[in-house]
Ligand binder design. Structure first.
Ligand code: SF4
Length: 379
């Protein structure tokens, strides 16, 4: 475990608490069953009840003997993060403020569209990176999420949308994006464990083609992510020069554009039908010139790429402005003329601060507001 993962590791489970079976890998579940003197097939049965049926009460797992269910309930639990607040936007977007066992909070967002339903999942409480356009970036990193707290977000959303057992067809949650709070590649081991649970065909069964991991550019972990998880990659690019990217995304000082784009060129499994998505927030007068657009075309040469243009979503205390719609259209035209698909992302859920870059746990906002009100007047 690297120093970062160690320093921000999720808390160990409280010994007095019953062990949570959510978030365990299949092998860990088999080991727990062996601890009860049970054979590996028990783990398979439990996996089905927990991840396919979404059941949290052992008593309801009717294919298991009553005696076995009682023994399970003595030692184990099937827990999800608690829902502190659930909001629904006027455009149907949903946001859950989830309260973790140690009192920390994270946010998860569901965005329904015509042809899909995307769940935006968080991977850390706060973030170490301080991207200047991102609300989460103003919240210092508190800790990494455990696999149970990451996969638990999918389960809470399914509970709320009534999506158990996991339907083969007509699902509401069709896509999972790790684009919520935090940098997922700075919590790789826990994120990887959660993704493997989500992809398991006998449980939540989310296809790897429907999972996208978004990184701000943690180059060393990108290749590993592609090789081990083979999920789609999204890269928070947001600038076309190191000078600008250094200023709005400090991680660029560690992994500058050339290094990042080289890592994209060698990301396993990309091709024309499976492109890397580059996130590009449109900041007025910062990164939205025609020259920027032309430079972006050059930078992406040789990379199967799609660019998501994101009008900037202001948040309390932010100092950027979104580019004018005409500027965004002109930018998109230059990319399309170079055969780079450049859809403009519709702003969703901004009335409940659920839009891109707006996530920050309510308690942190409250604390900040309280701090501001108690500051002496003369400051
Ligand atoms: S954009 Fe991502 S990496 Fe950057 S501060 Fe926000 S959550 Fe962190």
């Amino acid at each position: 475990m690297n120093h970062h993962a160690e320093a921000f590791a999720p808390p160990q489970e409280d010994r007095d608490e019953k062990r949570n079976l959510v978030g365990l890998t299949r092998d860990q579940l088999v080991a727990e069953m062996a601890g009860l003197g049970e054979k590996p097939f028990r783990a398979k049965q439990l996996w089905h009840w927990i991840y396919h049926r979404g059941v949290t009460d052992f008593a309801a797992m009717t294919t298991l003997s009553k005696d076995f269910r009682a023994r399970l309930a003595e030692t184990f639990a099937v827990r999800r993060p608690a829902v502190g607040e659930a909001q629904v936007s006027r455009d149907g977007t949903r946001k859950w403020l989830l309260r973790l066992a140690d009192g920390n909070e994270v946010e998860t967002v569901y965005i329904p569209e015509e042809d899909r339903g995307t769940l935006c999942v968080s991977s850390q409480v706060g973030c170490t990176l301080t991207c200047k356009f991102c609300h989460t970036g103003t919240q210092r990193l508190v800790r990494n999420l455990a696999p149970a707290e990451i996969v638990g977000q999918i389960m809470v959303a399914r509970d709320d949308l009534g999506e158990w057992p996991a339907p083969a067809e007509g699902r509401q949650i069709t896509n999972i994006v790790l684009m919520g709070m935090g940098e997922p590649l700075y919590n790789y081991d826990n994120v990887a464990a959660a993704i493997k649970i989500a992809m398991d065909p006998e449980g939540l069964s989310v296809s790897k083609r429907k999972i996208t991991l978004s990184t701000s550019g943690v180059v060393p972990e990108m290749e590993r992510c592609g090789r081990e998880l083979d999920v789609n990659l999204a890269v928070s690019l947001h600038a076309t020069s190191d000078d600008v990217r250094d200023r709005i995304m400090p991680i660029n000082k560690k992994y500058p554009l050339k290094m990042l784009l080289d890592a994209c060129r060698s990301y396993p499994g990309t091709h024309n039908a499976r492109r890397i998505t580059f996130e590009y927030v449109m900041l007025k007068g910062v990164n939205d010139s025609e020259e920027d657009a032309r430079r972006l075309v050059k930078l992406l040469k040789g990379i199967p790429a799609k660019v998501n243009l994101i009008p900037f979503n202001p948040w309390p205390g932010s100092f950027f402005e979104s580019s004018e719609p005409a500027v965004i259209t002109r930018f998109a035209d230059i990319l399309s003329a170079a055969h780079i698909s450049a859809p403009v992302r519709a702003t969703r859920g901004d009335d409940i601060l659920a839009a891109c870059g707006q996530l920050k746990s309510a308690s942190e906002r409250r604390k900040k507001a309280e701090r501001e009100t108690t500051l002496p007047a003369q400051l």
